[in-house]
Design a protein around this ligand. Structure first.
Ligand code: ZN
Length: 457
């Protein structure tokens, strides 16, 4: 009798375990489907990985293109892990980063991936990969789809050659004509990265292709009127360039916060669609304004989130362009990470960021003297990217909260935004006000110093 009972309860346990697993799996799956935006951060003892998967609509027609992008990233991940696994120097943290930019033009969606890996040596290894597919049917196409005829490639190559030399001259870069000639030879490989922009066709030449590594990537924009007979007419639709939009930022009366405890919520690695907008939807409930440290590589794709954040009165800072470890970069590369981000942000909100949050918090006095920006770090880190649990994130913030604190979060995860909202609900009861870094600085009468790093105020 006793034995039989035991057996039954074992079976019962098994059923419960299976049910729980099934629910968890279903939940996980549902979450991925729902979020669409897909990010992966892995921290191991000797390496760090950060992958932003492109935000492609998860519909049947797109499954094939999503799978082939994932396959490419998996291959690169595998190569990276293989090459760092046996490295003897355990002092160094190697890293692997994938960022992407996506754009739509006529019937085509394009995705550009940039893969950076550091496995020792003088600098990061960079690889670029672009995909073009028809929005409605998910069918992948290449440059031939856009060319009038196969021979048009030769003409595109010639135009590009002269535009690169012109770009070099305008930017005081000493390009070697032979290197430019070689990098613009009429092969499809040389012209695999292009984007249709308002002002023309932008062609990207990754580092080394037409110039030295130190000159970085080269982007030229060829106006559409130069591409007649080269690119099919249906892709040469020059839309009217909108007249300069006046962006208005709301500033607020800070006197009502004078006797409050202050806390600055900051959000890195965005902007995004879902999470950023959910946060913006909720800030008024707490009279809250926050600071976003955005990635230059993401702001064009999520420009409407960025503009909305700024117009609402939130502050926009820089988290650099590609999230590389600044300690592993040469001065020229560091400057490019900063200036490209500032230019992209400025083009959208009409103002350049003055605050810098270096990736991983890695900065020193040499880098500071290069950049002309104020360094803002943090002193409350709920490790939201790791736990992805809103209650845990909120509890950690509330437990560590104090007047003048700076909280580090990421507006690419819905759980991080939910955690911030929960924390604000509780902290508001405790007499806190939620302010941007600039508002904090004003209220605390701080004179920011470029040579310092601020963890709190
Ligand atoms: Zn970051």
């Amino acid at each position: 009798m006793k034995k039989k009972n035991l057996k039954l309860s074992d079976r019962g346990k098994l059923i419960i375990v299976i049910s729980v697993l099934a629910i968890l799996f279903g939940f996980l799956f549902f979450n991925i489907e729902k979020n669409g935006e897909n990010h992966e951060i892995i921290k191991e003892e000797n390496y760090y990985m950060k992958i932003d998967y492109p935000d492609i609509e998860n519909k049947k027609e797109n499954r094939k293109i999503i799978a082939s992008i994932k396959k490419y990233i998996d291959e690169k991940k595998g190569e990276f892990i293989d090459s760092v696994r046996d490295l003897e120097n355990k002092e160094i943290v190697y890293d692997f980063l994938v960022s992407n930019s996506m754009s739509e033009y006529e019937d085509i969606t394009s995705v550009h991936l940039t893969v950076y890996s550091y496995t020792g040596g003088a600098h990061y290894i960079r690889e670029d990969k672009s995909y073009y597919f028809k929005k409605d049917v998910g069918e992948e196409v290449d440059l031939t789809h856009f060319l009038v005829e196969l021979d048009s490639l030769k003409r595109l190559a010639d135009v590009s050659y002269s535009y690169i030399l012109k770009y070099g001259a305008e930017n005081d870069l000493n390009f070697l004509e032979d290197t430019v000639r070689e990098g613009t030879e009429a092969t499809f490989e040389n012209f695999s990265h292009f984007t249709f922009m308002q002002s023309g066709l932008e062609i990207l030449f990754p580092p080394y292709q037409v110039a030295s590594w130190a000159d970085g990537e080269i982007r030229i924009v060829i106006p559409y009127n130069e591409l007649k007979g080269i690119i099919k007419d249906e892709y040469l639709k020059v839309s009217d360039i909108p007249s300069d939009v006046v962006v208005e930022k709301k500033t607020r009366d800070l006197t009502k916060f004078r006797d409050k405890k202050l806390i600055a919520f900051t959000f890195d690695d965005g902007p995004s669609n879902g999470p950023t907008n959910k946060l913006l939807d909720n800030l008024d409930r707490f009279e809250a304004r926050v600071t976003f440290f955005v990635l230059g590589s993401r702001v064009n794709q999520y420009s409407s989130s960025l503009l909305r954040a700024y117009e609402q009165g939130n502050q926009i800072g820089s988290h650099t362009y590609s999230h590389l470890n600044l300690f592993k970069l040469k001065d020229a590369d560091i400057l490019r990470e900063i200036t490209n981000t500032n230019a992209n942000v400025n083009a959208i909100i009409g103002e350049e960021p003055r605050l810098l949050r270096p990736p991983y918090g890695n900065i020193n006095s040499e880098i500071k003297s290069l950049t002309n920006m104020y360094t803002i770090l943090w002193n409350i880190d709920p490790e939201d990217w790791k736990y992805k649990d809103k209650d845990k994130i909120a509890a950690n913030i509330v437990k560590n909260a104090h007047d003048g604190a700076i909280v580090l979060l990421h507006d690419i995860y819905e759980t991080s935004v939910d955690g911030a909202i929960l924390a604000m609900e509780q902290l508001q009861q405790e007499g806190y006000a939620f302010v941007t870094i600039d508002e904090m600085v004003t209220l605390k009468n701080v004179e920011l110093d470029k040579s310092k790093s601020y963890f709190k105020f």
